[in-house]
Write a protein that binds this ligand. Structure first.
Ligand code: ZN
Length: 286
């Protein structure tokens, strides 16, 4: 079971979230038939989404949209405070490997565009913020996002490991939020520890407790451990509402020409069939 561990550390001056998302990443891989760069980018965005979703309360939710005008196109991830996450991207079949044999997220995402985060409360949008994509490295770009849109200092590490048989062996994320009361000593410690940090994969492959021990010795306390899951809550009712937003003219056209409609959910690939009667019913209720 995927999970998130939340802790306070360094004299309670930082908040730490550690997400283990291997099952979510494998679920996305299977649902969307993703090639290596596509899974690398989507899994990291799902991991970030899961962490950011768990920063919300109650039934609040958020959507992350990324588009750098690269070959991958749009990347969309929904997450909520319950630990549910789902996502998709425009092009599942992208693969770029750089000279060091490492997946090149930057080329896959592209550098000409934005990261947008939309937060919803009681099904109403109450916050939306976007920043330019600066580096194409999602950990860096989301650090920038938090700084610009929430005036928050964060440190983000993300990693994904793919086996030779193309399944995912590791998908992990770490997000540290520096609280406003943080002392100079804490800031210096973080800078010394994470400046040019190279051991992301080996650090994040450890258990959450071992990660906390490695980074902070015994100066931490775990606040919460809870599960994370890939879950799509789509339904025929929701897609009916989508169809109802079409104009009467367009609906009549579908009824006369196609006599049915078939809609596939972007997030989970479930197919919903609407018969002629269903469509007439939707039209009559308008
Ligand atoms: Zn769905």
């Amino acid at each position: 079971m995927d999970k998130i561990t939340k802790a306070l550390a360094l004299n309670n001056e930082i908040k730490v979230s550690i997400a283990k998302t291997k099952e979510i990443a494998n679920q996305a891989l299977k649902l969307h038939d993703l090639w290596p760069s596509s899974i690398s980018v989507l899994a990291k965005t799902l991991t970030l989404g899961a962490i950011m979703g768990k920063m919300l309360k109650g039934h609040d939710a958020l959507t992350i949209k990324i588009n750098g005008n690269g070959p991958i196109g749009n990347i969309v991830v929904d997450a909520n405070a319950l630990g549910e996450v789902r996502g998709y991207l425009d092009n599942p079949h992208v693969n770029f490997i750089n000279n060091s044999n490492i997946l090149d997220d930057k080329t896959a995402i592209g550098l000409d565009g934005f990261i947008e985060v939309i937060k919803t409360q009681n099904l109403k949008t109450n916050f939306s913020s976007s920043v330019e994509i600066k580096t194409g490295d999602l950990a860096n770009d989301f650090t920038y996002y938090f700084f610009i849109s929430e005036q928050a200092l964060t440190i983000i590490l993300l990693n994904l490991s793919i086996t030779k048989d193309a399944s995912i062996s590791e998908s992990n994320g770490l997000l540290i939020q520096v609280l406003p009361k943080a002392s100079e000593e804490t800031l210096n410690f973080l800078e010394k520890t994470f400046e040019g940090f190279k051991d992301t994969a080996s650090l994040l492959s450890k258990t959450p407790t071992d990660i906390l021990n490695t980074l902070f010795k015994d100066d931490y306390s775990i606040l919460e451990e809870s599960s994370l899951i890939y879950n799509c809550n789509c339904s025929k009712t929701n897609f009916s509402k989508g169809l109802a937003t079409l104009s009467k003219k367009d609906l009549k056209h579908i009824i006369d020409e196609d006599e049915k409609a078939e809609i596939t959910c972007n997030y989970c690939k479930k197919v919903y069939n609407f018969s002629k009667e269903d469509l007439i019913d939707i039209l009559n209720k308008k």
